[in-house]
Design a protein around this ligand. Structure first.
Ligand SMILES: Cc1cc2nc3c(=O)[nH]c(=O)nc-3n(C[C@H](O)[C@H](O)[C@H](O)COP(=O)(O)OP(=O)(O)OC[C@H]3O[C@@H](n4cnc5c(N)ncnc54)[C@H](O)[C@@H]3O)c2cc1C
Length: 341
């Protein structure tokens, strides 16, 4: 294995791949990269901030070097902005705020790149990127042709898109994403934690600007989450489960403080609360651990392997199942044997 993936995964896992290919534009991807892929397993990554490599990757790892952000047009309050898949997501948010294109402030400082934002449907503090996406430009791997998906085609839901469906894995490579932002700043303060943070950190008579909101979100995230590059993690390791109203009522009986948020098909219970209630916050197993400030985050305490982190996640899942009868599922993509499992 010739190429280290250490700089390409935020868990800080010391794994390698056979070859690493970065391309600069769509033309190069279609003409030079795709024809060489058929003989080897391959995986397209962004910043590796939602990947858990369970070992070395016996194939080619692809990375987009398509950068550049372009304001396409304005119409009324709408402004359409197109970005290359290889643009760092937070650079995009910063660019948008600086160019008075609003709507993405709550998604400040989420690690990763523009391409993955559209695959993962990233979200934070009550905003999901699906609400901002106009279209996703891809290359279909089998045919080498450009295919454009509308936001509706992408079938977005919580941390999910059409690109994550097992039958579509490896079928499309995202090259560009076009976002529909607003020329009018309407802060999304629906989330209680965001409202509280703004009240606490902004002088009462000072009007809130997009730059203020971005700075506050960044400060809050830095206080709560491990800093990539310093503590290895992939952010939230598990998705928040949705349970039936009856199940939630049952949990409330034994845990009156149990948080829950009504959603279309039941009640969403924070996985972090379930894990913390089972006593996992701050614990360490081998070289893997549960983050002291947020039980939803698993961390590399130094020198952990992907298997150790997987083992810890399994222990937590079993415990939550035994304690609450609820199955929690990883948000993180596990990579083993040449593919995402
Ligand atoms: C400290 C920390 C905090 C985090 N906080 C949040 C948060 O608040 N909200 C949130 O939603 N997520 C969060 N995450 C998770 C992560 O930032 C997102 O999932 C992000 O979108 C991953 O981007 P990436 O570029 O690193 O993608 P990767 O992890 O490299 O890849 C993720 C998936 O996208 C696919 N992919 C990547 N690029 C392309 C492409 N060009 N074409 C096709 N497929 C592609 C990969 O194959 C893989 O399936 C956090 C992670 C960390 C480490």
């Amino acid at each position: 294995m010739s190429h280290s993936l250490l700089p390409h995964n935020t868990f800080g896992l010391d794994v390698r791949c056979k070859s690493f290919v970065e391309y600069a534009d769509t033309e190069t991807l279609i003409r030079q990269v795709l024809p060489r892929l058929s003989a080897t397993p391959w995986l397209h990554i962004g910043s590796g901030s939602n990947l858990l490599f369970l070992g070395d990757y016996d194939g080619t790892v692809l990375h987009s070097g398509i950068r550049g952000i372009e304001m396409l047009r304005r119409e009324g309050e709408n402004v359409w902005v197109k970005a290359g898949a290889g643009v760092v997501w937070d650079d995009f948010v910063e660019w948008a705020v600086n160019h008075a294109c609003f709507g993405a402030e709550n998604l400040s400082l989420i690690p990763g790149e523009v391409g993955a934002s559209a695959v993962q449907n990233i979200g934070a503090y009550g905003t999901e990127v699906a609400d901002l996406i106009e279209e996703v430009e891809t290359v279909e791997v089998a045919t080498g042709t450009v295919k454009v998906f509308s936001a509706e085609d992408c079938d977005y839901s919580y941390r999910h898109s059409i690109f994550k469906q097992p039958e579509n894995r490896g079928k499309f490579i995202v090259t560009h994403v076009t976002y529909r932002l607003s020329t009018v700043f309407r802060p999304d303060l629906n989330y209680k934690a965001t409202r509280r943070a703004v009240e606490e950190r902004l002088p009462k008579d000072q009007p809130l600007t997009a730059a203020d909101l971005r700075r506050i979100i960044i400060d809050v995230r830095r206080e709560k989450l491990p800093e990539p590059g310093i503590v290895g993690s992939a952010g939230s390791f598990f998705m928040n489960p949705v349970v039936s109203e009856e199940k939630y009522a049952e949990i409330k009986q034994s845990h009156p403080d149990a948080p829950g948020y009504a959603v279309e098909n039941g009640v969403k219970v924070p996985a972090g609360w379930l894990i913390e209630t089972c006593g996992w916050k701050g614990r360490t197993v081998g070289h893997a651990g549960v983050w002291e400030k947020q039980a939803l985050v698993l961390v590399n305490r130094g020198g952990a392997t992907g298997k150790e982190i997987q083992h810890l996640s399994q222990l937590i899942c079993e415990d939550v199942k035994a304690h609450f009868g609820i199955v929690i599922k990883p948000e993180v993509n596990f990579v083993e044997g040449g593919k995402i499992i």
